[in-house]
Design a protein around this ligand. Structure first.
Ligand code: NAD
Length: 497
């Protein structure tokens, strides 16, 4: 580890540009070409991300392949200890990581500090300890005198591709189980938010992770991502991102029959029954629609409210939404930061414009309220949380994932009707149900065609529980057991005794 120490550099949050380098075999490689990465809260370039291609992916693959032969033989306890060390170092630098995540993504520092980075720490800690309890199975068939048992094996070099909305949170959610089970990896963070992944490389070095176990290649999806997905030596791809990219990955990995985990988009509904406790549920629903600027795959974009409470709900919901403070992510007063990019802001606005054309009514937010920004943020990509009514279920605003702080609200009359309307979508990631009737809550939860249903709450996560989507929201599940299973191959041995 003394050699590693020489390569450790502290990351400074200076005003100068952060120049990111690829991290391969525990070494940093300066890039030839760069992608400009913006601080979306001020609309200025703050980092330069390597514009890598297949050549760097190949280099990273060779390092990961070489490392695999040693890493897979390490004991579970050894890997667990290293993951715990990574978690501790990351935690000791929480503030620095939170500030960088906020600058890269636009989310308030408070959100990164209380949400993203602590969760990344937990991801490493969680799999460091889970792996100690991961067991094989065995059966005995008396009639044949046959003893069956399974053994689990790491698979090899894994391709990890992550999105920009929860950069460190989602990247670590994949790296931790991948290396805990004895695999090595080539990772590609989003080109829009690569800084914390780059900072993580120093943490890995400091923790003493052997060379080549985790490699980070930065760049575009169409170059680096494609090269990882189509690489014949990488049998496993774990991807979180849009459904459109998920489809491309499925197609290009089909040639090699790769094992895939795809966590894709959502268009999640929230259902408010007339017996819901409105005072309690409104703050939860406001979070479910607008947390992280609505840029969470689990955010609610369609609200169905029972006709008996529709007017009362709408009034209180709009009032609570207007209280959100959109502004400078560095200010503790801001609940909501900027969107991740100019392109994304334009996309979100285009859905609101479309809603207006289709006779939708804006109840609060974009185009009707004033966005009050400090001079520092006047060129940032901010938008007010926006509530829309009067749109048909089949309008594109109600069918396509917007992935921003925009929600539509409509009324419903019967339980059966709202189940059908909620399911009438190509996505199936999650849903929320609000009611005081225990039987109804369970009945509706069973009828919804989604991976997760939150009842009278939103995003309480137990990492032991499966997470993933149905339909176009993805393939497979991630959790303690699901992730450990995904990253290992099981072998059944039958012995006649
Ligand atoms: P994206 O699909 O544009 O990009 C995700 C990653 O894939 C990026 O690193 C990107 O560079 C890479 N990529 C792009 N094209 C590629 C290609 N052809 N081959 C390989 N890699 C490629 O998604 P995004 O805009 O970064 O993220 C937002 C999306 O992610 C939303 O749809 C959101 O719902 C989804 N998401 C899903 C979950 C979940 O758990 N289901 C969680 C977070 C985000």
């Amino acid at each position: 580890s003394s050699i590693f120490c020489l390569k450790i550099r502290t990351f400074s949050m200076a005003t100068s540009l952060t120049i990111i380098q690829n991290f391969i075999n525990n070494e940093y490689f300066p890039a030839k070409n760069f992608i400009a990465s913006y601080d979306p809260a001020i609309g200025e370039v703050w980092a330069k991300v390597p514009d890598s291609d297949a050549e760097e992916v190949e280099q990273a693959y060779q390092a990961a392949k070489k490392a695999f032969s040693g890493w897979k033989k390490t004991t579970v306890e050894e890997r667990s200890r290293l993951l715990l060390k990574i978690a501790d170092i990351l935690e000791s630098r929480l503030e620095e990581f939170a500030i960088a995540e906020s600058r890269d993504n636009g989310k308030p520092i408070s959100v990164a500090k209380n949400g993203d980075i602590p969760r990344a720490v937990l991801n490493f800690r969680f799999f460091a300890t889970s792996i100690l309890h991961y067991q094989n199975r065995s059966t005995y068939q008396e009639a044949y005198s046959a003893l069956n048992y399974t053994t689990r094996h790491p698979i090899g070099v894994v391709g990890i591709i992550a999105p920009w909305n929860l950069p460190m949170y989602l990247l670590s959610w994949k790296i931790a189980p991948c290396i805990a089970t004895g695999n090595t990896c080539v990772c590609k963070p989003s080109e829009l938010t690569s800084v914390t992944a780059y900072m993580l490389c120093d943490v890995l070095l400091q923790a003493g992770l052997p060379a080549g176990v985790v490699n980070m290649v930065f760049g575009y999806g169409s170059k680096v991502g494609e090269a990882i997905v189509s690489h014949p030596g990488i049998p496993l791809i774990t991807f979180t991102g849009s459904t459109a990219t998920g489809k491309i990955i499925q197609r290009s990995s089909a040639e090699h029959c790769k094992k895939l985990s795809l966590e894709l988009g959502g268009k999640n509904s929230g259902i408010v029954f007339s017996d819901a406790d409105l005072e309690k549920c409104i703050p939860t629903i406001v979070s479910s629609c607008f947390a992280n600027q609505g840029e969470i795959c689990l955010c609610t974009e369609r609200l169905f409210v029972h006709e008996e409470v529709f007017e009362e709900f709408l009034e209180k919901f709009v009032e609570a939404t207007r209280k959100l403070k959109v502004g400078d992510p560095t200010s503790p007063a801001s609940t909501t930061g900027s969107l991740v990019s100019k392109d994304h802001l334009d996309k979100v606005k285009s859905y609101i414009n479309m809603a207006v054309k289709q006779n939708g009514k804006i109840r609060c937010g974009h185009l009707v309220d004033d966005l009050d920004l400090s001079p520092r943020n006047k060129n940032g990509y901010f938008i007010l949380p926006t509530v829309l009514t009067g749109l048909k279920d089949d309008s594109c605003v109600n069918q396509e994932e917007i992935f921003g702080p925009v929600v539509t609200v409509t009324t419903f009359t019967t339980e059966q009707e709202v189940i059908e309307r909620s399911n009438n979508i190509s996505y199936g990631l999650s849903a929320t149900v609000f009611s005081r009737d225990v039987g109804k809550v369970h009945r509706v939860a069973q009828a919804l065609d989604v991976g997760t249903v939150w009842c009278n709450c939103w995003v309480i996560r137990d990492l032991r529980m499966p997470f993933g989507g149905t339909k176009k929201s993805g393939l497979g599940r991630e959790s303690q057991d699901d992730s450990l299973d995904f990253f290992t191959e099981q072998k059944t041995v039958c012995v006649k005794i």
